[in-house]
Design a protein around this ligand. Structure first.
Ligand SMILES: [Zn+2]
Length: 297
């Protein structure tokens, strides 16, 4: 009887240890959820379904070359690089040039990858422009205006799959509108280390004709919204419709921004000013070669 009791106790002990071992790793995963740099090398796909809306966020690790082995090299010549401008990532509606189908977008990102392009984060773009040094021979900054839900749902997973970075410009007063990202989706995207969320003002105001007070209010309030929601220091303002005036850069600087993006066509260059950076508009209907020639290849 004593022996049977002893065996039972041992069995119980083994079972307890097994249970701990089984559950402990899950506890760990949950804890590192908010620390994207500690995610495993394996791509992690999450699908959150909310009502009829399905948010899919694929989180993958930044390729080691991008994360750890990037060697920043100073350049003798002023560095210029393309900032790609996208809006909707969806099938084209009524010939609207603000739409690029997801299949085309993926083809374009794969073409960049194949050509050896390194995708920049806002911080890296700032470093390139201010220190005139770059982390790779070919660099590009991929941007999306207006915070469309379709850009989040279609483009973010493609970027994640390919280990490429992208920046989305959010109209903070329109968060949650029918075709725009919701607050929940912004928070979900923020967990992805490849994604950056920056400002596109509060109401998509025309900064060229806004009074300085109104411009200042729009830049400050949108930054505060993103800073507080996402616990970040929002550093980029993308001017709605690319419109700005001589005072906009100063107003943006006072509001705490470090870079301002326009829709002026061309490569980004320090010579244009950190608050008047040019971009390359990508319209639908590109082939791989027409797309690459857009950015000078
Ligand atoms: Zn816009």
């Amino acid at each position: 009887m004593k022996k049977i009791l002893g065996i039972s106790l041992v069995t119980l002990l083994v079972a307890s240890v097994m249970t701990c071992l089984l559950y402990f790793p899950f506890g760990l995963v949950k804890q590192v959820d908010n620390q994207p740099t500690k995610l495993s090398k394996q791509a992690e796909n999450k699908v959150v379904t909310k009502g009829s809306q399905s948010i899919s966020t694929a989180v993958s690790t930044i390729p080691e070359k991008q994360e750890n082995q990037a060697k920043w090299v100073k350049s003798d010549q002023p560095i210029k690089f393309p900032i790609l401008m996208y809006h909707h990532i969806a099938d084209v509606v009524g010939g609207n040039t603000l739409f690029v189908p997801a299949s085309e977008f993926k083809m374009e990102m794969m073409a960049l990858k194949k050509a050896g392009y390194y995708t920049l984060s806002p911080d890296e773009a700032l470093r390139v422009l201010t220190a005139n040094e770059k982390p790779a021979d070919k660099i590009v900054w991929v941007t999306f205006d207006d915070g469309y839900k379709n850009a989040q749902q279609a483009a973010a997973p493609i970027l994640s799959e390919l280990g490429m970075k992208g920046s989305f410009f959010i109209i903070t007063g329109m968060v949650g509108n029918e075709d725009k990202m919701t607050q929940e989706s912004l928070l979900e995207m923020k967990k992805n280390p490849l994604i950056s969320l920056e400002s596109h003002t509060v109401s998509h105001i025309d900064l060229q004709y806004a009074t300085p007070n109104e411009a200042s209010r729009q830049l400050t309030e949108s930054k505060t919204y993103l800073d507080q929601l996402l616990h970040q220091n929002t550093s980029v303002i993308c001017y709605p419709s690319g419109r700005y005036n001589d005072q906009t850069g100063d107003i943006a600087t006072k509001a705490g921004y470090q870079l301002g993006l326009t829709t002026q066509p061309g490569l980004a260059s320090r010579a244009d000013g950190l608050f008047a950076l040019h971009r390359v508009r990508v319209s639908y209907g590109q082939t791989e070669s027409s797309f690459m020639s857009l950015i000078g290849n």
